[in-house]
Design a protein around this ligand. Structure first.
Ligand code: C2O
Ligand code: CU
Length: 475
């Protein structure tokens, strides 16, 4: 069903909400940290289009929400205040948090009711670029603007003149410039997901960003879109890609469209602006045929910051991620089926064997190893996809038997992309989300060193809501 009314969450008394935060507090014996941010999920507006302000949801009423910046090893403390009129939570995407801090309704915590709050606190062992977003009704809540970036700074970062975060989002507007609230539409969910008609960078459409000749920038791109894959092409510039999903890679220049930034993922780039004179550099996105657009324009002017060409950036230091023992790792197949043109016959939905038509009548079109669930609540009540042993190493063979690409995200762990189509990757690439193309098999390897119940799901949020969500237990 598509509706074009604007979201209007009820406003609550802040004090009531703050009292909820105190009551729900789950503080452990953490090292002292100056007060962390309060993230109030509430209705707000965004001046995104020339037409004027659009009604959205955001932390503090803005989208993206506040940038959280801390140093590697620091404790992140954040108080969620729910001023929406539906339950919410916070998930810390890519950060290896203790299970109780992971923010998955029913699986790791009770959903935070309207007017209530929850205090999150955990240490950030890994440096890099991460992000936060709700994990309740993610398609609708992230889709309306609830998201924000987290920067965990290295001890010794790459020296740059400026470090910028670019949160990329995707919106679907109607002709009157209002957000279309068809977040659960099954047509989108059974195809490539809910693509919008306007993309934004830090809440602005095709912004112009001033830079200086000779300036070295670190750009941290965060894909907070529900379905859109970005492939920015920096015309006239040759960025070095230095990290993916927060994890360092050997600095490289993949060329235009050489690296895809799929939903949920991050890419850190080092961009050197040429020293010679004033210039405009367009950042174009050409991921989708006949739908290319300008993500941003860099306008270089002013006195050059330097006249020399800087040497290539060095590789960032590795994060302390437990390494899987590949010789002894157990292989588990994870097969994704369903969707339009996928040929799925039957699957067990909430434990009941149904055909695809019967599943679709309940809003579900995807299955993982022949199983799916209609909600996180029913998922949490079912058996886990796998129960695996704490301290052991595993290879998950992600097999895409559908007609669409899927960015598959594992909670609580950072994995190594071991192989594609059975072909071993020579470089060690660590990620929290793996893009798997139709008919492709991607092997991911990880050490199961974080106990608890963890989601394994597609980060196309409409896919996740339509059954492409599973849970494993490490314990
Ligand atoms: Cu970005 Cu299950 O999360
Ligand atoms: Cu998907």
């Amino acid at each position: 069903m598509s509706s074009t009314s604007t979201p209007r969450p009820r406003r609550r008394e802040f004090l009531k909400a703050a009292a909820g935060v105190a009551a729900a507090s789950v503080m452990g014996p953490f090292p002292a940290l100056s007060a962390g941010p309060t993230l109030e999920a509430k209705a707000g507006t965004l001046a995104l289009q020339a037409r004027g302000e659009v009604a959205i949801w955001g932390y503090g009423g803005t989208s993206p929400g506040p940038l959280i910046k801390l140093s590697q090893g620091d404790v992140l403390q954040a108080a969620l205040v729910n001023s929406l009129d539906e339950a919410t939570t916070l998930h810390w995407h890519g950060i290896r948090v203790p299970n109780g801090m992971d923010g998955v309704p029913f699986l790791t915590q009770a959903p935070v009711a309207p007017g209530q709050g929850f205090s999150y606190a955990f240490s950030c062992a890994d440096a890099g670029t991460y992000w936060y977003h709700p994990h309740a009704n993610s398609a609708g809540q992230v889709g309306r603007g609830l998201c924000g970036a987290i920067v965990v700074e290295e001890d010794k970062p790459i020296a740059v003149d400026r470090d910028l975060v670019w949160v990329l989002a995707d919106w679907r507007f109607d002709q009157d410039g209002r957000l279309v609230e068809d977040f659960g539409a099954l047509h989108d969910a059974s195809h490539a997901g809910r693509l919008g008609n306007v993309s934004s960078l830090n809440g602005r459409q095709s912004p112009q960003i001033d830079v200086r000749p000779g300036e070295r920038l670190r750009l941290r791109l965060v894909n907070a879109a529900g379905a859109r894959i970005f492939a920015p092409d920096f015309e006239g510039l040759e960025p070095w890609w230095v990290a993916l999903d927060g994890q360092p890679i050997e600095p490289r220049r993949p060329g235009p469209s050489g690296l895809l930034i799929c939903p949920g993922t991050r890419a850190d780039l080092i961009v050197d602006i040429p020293a010679a004179g004033e210039a405009l550099f367009r950042v174009r996105d050409t991921t989708y045929r006949n739908a290319e657009f300008i993500l941003a324009t860099l306008r270089s002017r002013g006195r050059p910051l330097r006249g020399t060409v800087l040497p290539p950036p060095r590789k960032l230091p590795d994060n302390p991620i437990g390494r899987p023992d590949l010789a002894r790792a157990e292989v588990r197949n994870v097969t994704f089926e369903g969707g339009a043109m996928g040929g799925l016959a039957t699957a067990h939905l909430d434990g009941e064997k149904l055909n695809l038509r019967e599943m679709a009548a309940r809003g579900v079109v995807w299955a993982t190893n022949g199983r799916s669930s209609s909600s996180l609540q029913s998922l949490a009540a079912q058996d886990r996809l796998f129960e695996i042993d704490l301290g052991k190493s595993y290879v998950f063979r992600l097999r895409n038997r559908t007609a669409f690409p899927h960015p598959i995200h594992l909670h609580g762990h950072t994995f190594r992309i071991l192989a594609r189509q059975g072909k071993r990757l020579s470089e060690e690439i660590w990620r929290d989300t793996a893009l798997v193309f139709p008919d492709e098999e991607v092997d991911i390897a990880f050490l199961a060193d974080n106990p608890g119940d963890w989601l394994l799901h597609c980060h196309i949020l409409g896919h996740a809501a339509a059954g492409m969500t599973a849970a494993i237990r490490v314990g």
